[in-house]
Design a protein around this ligand. Structure first.
Ligand SMILES: Cc1cc2nc3c(=O)[nH]c(=O)nc-3n(C[C@H](O)[C@H](O)[C@H](O)COP(=O)(O)OP(=O)(O)OC[C@H]3O[C@@H](n4cnc5c(N)ncnc54)[C@H](O)[C@@H]3O)c2cc1C
Ligand SMILES: Cc1cc2nc3c(=O)[nH]c(=O)nc-3n(C[C@H](O)[C@H](O)[C@H](O)COP(=O)(O)O)c2cc1C
Length: 617
């Protein structure tokens, strides 16, 4: 049985590895677990193969980086050899997603469709685990229901290997296997709201592999020193760089580094010389089968030094995953410490895990220090740690402005846990610490946006909603709009309405790009600049959604106009949900013949047409 995952931030990888780890105890001794890009599609589409996919969506319905090329190839092969190339293959898909994203479950649904097109048969209904409803609880249920259908599928596999046309997978009672979560029947995959362009995914992989080392051209604190948050505007010198062309709406992917003090302390605690160099190889029997020779843990470029791996390649600060806790537990010589870690990763320890790991976010070093007998092997530890992910930042400039250099705006992440520990975000603190250092170089690449792009016609009405750093891409949108208006001639249609809703705490503390926004409003690039300052009143907190409600009639008229576009950008799925609610209310009340249901349907239709686009992180 192959367990394959496609995972951007590690959830699908974690869940898939958990399943593969449980499989031997359930009677499946011979399992492989890999990121999809580590295996060849041809090896998966072999008659008799039994495959379990766990896959999420990222971006705007995009495939995660570690499954994008596999997915592209799967779709290509399925199209070319429809009904044939997947004959005799049995599969199940567990999808991870978040219903706040307009392209909800885009990739798991496309995966199912591609496997069906290839002629493969689902032996267990697709699961759809929604972050907003509780990811892990759902996945545990789906996993509990998996084993019986998997057993039946495995029993059928030898016959299918001989005769790939052997029919639909049935459970041991002769019926189609049931999913205890009431999962989605694979035979009728739900429509995918947004296309997943293969080319963009391929390009991201190529850029990610060979990032450009950019000098910081300018770094500026945008918030007032008395504000309790720091937001920086940083421009990168990318003159002469290739492959860094960008458009408004694109993002910069930044490959961050862990704090050197933490890296040194970790190496010391592990008893390792940071300069020691190592290589990695597959453990016996774990190498992917077939002609591929993918190295294990591709995020660690070997030969590497211990210090380099801890600095660049692995995540040592994110809340620890249960699979990591299990590896650390196995490495404890003290029975009490071992038990403590095993409790944390058991199902019964879910509440304790939430408090001690989810809320307290201990680093790897914290865990090792609180469990002094823990002495994990280096290879086991690297295998258990998640790759250090690139961080995305919306480009806040148009290429025709500011000499063509990309700029970003980010808030420096620092928060205290319920027990008072101070935690700092990896990338933003690294950039903040180093930005003024002349020798500092930032490995970065451009991640093309698939849907988040300004209108190509300035006569189309547009509403932009970007509180906090969510305003970043709209500065680029508006620079583009200003240039287009300036280039228009007498025959061009007049510019349509362009509204921006911006929100922050106080106008004199964290009103980002105030000068730029006010100048867009002054010269007519923006027809309306609406601000919400949440902490200026001692009695009420006003956010962008409240301003939308106050201007509901005008907002509804713009949104309902033909060719209108609505963009929402920023930090926090709750903001996106509240803004969505305010838009639905505005349309329901102020557009003739509308009610809440019709307003929701209208926004859904606009999403499908790429006219209501949300970029939420
Ligand atoms: C397409 C896209 C565009 C983006 N654009 C921007 C942008 O323009 N500007 C910008 O600032 N960011 C942007 N982001 C977010 C950015 O990529 C990073 O996630 C962010 O900067 C944090 O990175 P970090 O490495 O500093 O923090 P990390 O080390 O990744 O830590 C962040 C984590 O800390 C935890 N955390 C943070 N605050 C708290 C808290 N108060 N309480 C509890 N836990 C907390 C959360 O789990 C959070 O995921 C974007 C993300 C995407 C996907
Ligand atoms: C930047 C970003 C974009 C996302 N885009 C989508 C999306 O388009 N559709 C969806 O259903 N879920 C989306 N999600 C939700 C993720 O799929 C969900 O959080 C999942 O648990 C992540 O799994 P992973 O860690 O394996 O990547 C997005 C999450 C983030 C952080």
């Amino acid at each position: 049985v192959k367990f394959l995952f496609g995972s951007q931030t590690g959830n699908a990888a974690e869940i898939c590895k958990e399943m593969a780890a449980e499989a031997p105890a359930k009677g499946f001794p011979n399992v492989h677990c890999n990121a999809m890009n580590e295996v060849d599609v041809k090896d998966v589409l072999k008659p008799g193969a039994v495959v379990v996919y766990v896959v999420s969506s990222t971006g705007d319905g995009d495939a995660p980086d570690n499954c994008d090329s596999f997915f592209t190839k799967l779709k290509r092969v399925a199209k070319k050899e429809a009904g044939v190339c997947g004959a005799g293959v049995q599969y199940a898909v567990l999808g991870l997603g978040d219903q706040n994203y307009s392209a909800f479950m885009a990739v798991p649904r496309s995966f199912t469709a591609a496997m069906e097109k290839a002629g493969a048969k689902a032996f267990y209904p697709r699961g759809e685990a929604d972050e907003t409803l509780g990811l892990y609880e759902y996945c545990e249920k789906w996993q509990d229901g998996l084993w019986e259908p998997l057993r039946t599928a495995s029993e059928r596999a030898p016959a299918l290997a001989k005769d790939p046309t052997g029919g639909v997978a049935k459970d041991s009672t002769g019926g189609v296997a049931k999913d205890p979560t009431g999962g989605v029947a694979p035979a009728a995959p739900a429509p995918v709201p947004a296309p997943v362009p293969a080319a963009a995914a391929d390009a991201a992989e190529a850029d990610l592999v060979g990032p450009y080392l950019a000098k910081v051209a300018k770094s500026e604190l945008m918030t007032d020193p008395k504000s309790d948050r720091r937001v920086l505007h940083v421009e990168f010198d990318t003159r002469g760089a290739r492959g860094l062309d960008f458009e408004p709406g694109d993002s910069l992917g930044v490959l961050p580094q862990n704090d050197p003090a933490l890296v040194d302390a970790l190496a010391a605690r592990l008893g390792l010389d940071p300069n020691a160099v190592f290589e990695l190889g597959w453990a016996e029997g774990q190498a992917p089968s077939g002609p591929t020779s993918a190295p294990p843990l591709r995020h660690i470029r070997c030969p590497a030094s211990v210090g380099a791996a801890l600095t660049h390649a692995v995540d040592v600060t994110a809340p620890p995953r249960k699979s990591l806790l299990r590896v650390l537990a196995e490495a404890c010589t003290d029975a009490g410490e071992r038990r403590d870690l095993l409790t944390l990763c058991s199902r019964g320890g879910r509440d304790e895990y939430k408090v001690r790991c989810g809320d307290e976010c201990p680093t790897l070093l914290d865990l090792l220090e609180s469990h002094p007998s823990c002495a994990p092997g280096w290879a086991e530890l690297l295998d258990a740690l998640q790759p250090l992910q690139p961080r995305m930042y919306s480009i806040t400039s148009a290429p025709e402005a500011h000499g063509g250099v990309p700029a970003v705006a980010f808030s420096v992440v620092e928060f205290s846990t319920p027990l008072g520990a101070i935690r700092r975000g990896v990338a933003t603190n690294w950039l903040d610490r180093r930005a003024s250092d002349q020798t500092f170089r930032v490995p970065l690449y451009v991640k093309k946006s698939t849907h988040f792009a300004p209108p190509t016609d300035v006569s189309h009405p547009v509403i932009m909603i970007g509180p906090g750093t969510g305003v970043a891409p709209f500065r680029g949108f508006l620079e583009r709009r200003r240039a287009m208006i300036a280039a228009a001639d007498a025959a061009s249609p007049p510019p349509g309405p362009a509204w921006l809703f911006f929100g922050c705490r106080r106008r004199d503390e964290d009103y980002l790009y105030r000068g730029d926004l006010e100048s867009f409003a002054a010269d007519g690039t923006l027809t309306e600049l609406v601000t919400a300052f949440s902490r200026e009143s001692s009695t009420t907190k006003t956010y962008v959604q409240h301003r939308i409600a106050e201007r509901a009639a005008e907002v509804a008229a713009i949104v309902a106009a033909p060719e209108a576009r609505v963009y929402v950008c920023g930090d926090g799925a709750n903001m996106a949900k509240d803004v969505h609610g305010a838009l639905v209310d505005a349309l329901a009340v102020h557009v003739d013949g509308m009610d809440e249901k019709r307003a929701s349907e209208m926004l859904m239709a606009m999403t499908k047409e790429g006219r209501y686009v949300r970029d939420i992180w």
